[in-house]
Write a protein that binds this ligand. Structure first.
Ligand SMILES: C[S@@+](CC[C@H](N)C(=O)[O-])C[C@H]1O[C@@H](n2cnc3c(N)ncnc32)[C@H](O)[C@@H]1O
Length: 205
């Protein structure tokens, strides 16, 4: 049996970081978006999942505000979202106009009914996924979002035309080659409690 010990400081930092994001998230819960909380709280790992997804929302908000992007012309590809569209749901809560593709081979299509048409669930791998742009009048800004997702995410990102961005929390920082990005090129987020507190942000607008 493998036992992993966490020292008290690390444990306390983790609790503080997650509490901060959970509090911010819960402050924004309304009757209309209560379904997002319900979706997460069905999961054992809800606390960490909300925290990671919330950090992605903060990065997305920074990009949208800084570059004054029209949310109706943004197409998100949320890779490795889980068996339900978790991060997609949290992003939709703040940006209901954005078209969000939630991509995961384990997606339980039959078990999820969403109160929005702007999240499109895809039960497939990123390697097999083909984006659909038919709802856009012009080339959308494409944003790849990755919360601990697996698969050839960087290859997919590279295949997209500009304008495009990537924001992600690489799964298992020690194996960050999954994202093909050097750990030195990642942004530090002190509030994000993962193995290395690092996130990937690439903006090509
Ligand atoms: C560590 S989990 C992360 C799930 C979720 N984003 C979260 O934060 O809890 C990795 C996810 O990547 C998915 N996955 C595995 N291979 C994939 C691939 N080739 N393309 C897209 N997703 C993949 C898995 O099914 C799994 O849901």
């Amino acid at each position: 049996m493998l036992i992993i010990y966490m020292d008290n400081d690390t444990l306390w930092d983790t609790i503080k970081a997650h509490t901060k994001h959970i509090n911010l998230f819960c402050k924004d819960i309304t009757l209309q978006n209560l379904w997002v909380q319900y979706l997460f709280f069905m999961r054992k790992s809800a606390i960490g999942d909300i925290s990671g997804s919330y950090v992605m929302y903060e990065e997305l908000k920074d990009i949208i505000n800084k570059y004054v992007l029209d949310t109706k012309n943004i197409c998100i590809h949320c890779v490795g979202d889980g068996d339900r569209p978790y991060t997609s749901a949290l992003l939709n809560m703040y940006y209901p106009d954005i078209t969000i593709n939630s991509i995961d081979p384990t997606m339980k299509l039959d078990e999820v009914v969403l109160p929005t048409n702007n999240i499109i669930m895809h039960k497939t791998t990123i390697e097999e996924y083909t984006p659909d742009y038919s709802m856009f009048h012009e080339k959308p800004v494409e944003i790849v979002v990755n919360v601990y997702g697996h698969g050839k995410i960087m290859e997919f990102y590279k295949s997209l035309d500009k304008p495009k961005c990537l924001i992600g929390i690489p799964c298992c920082c020690k194996e960050h080659m999954r994202c093909n990005i050097s750990i030195d090129d990642m942004k530090v987020n002190e509030d994000l409690m993962t193995l290395c507190n690092k996130i990937v942000v690439i903006v090509e607008l």
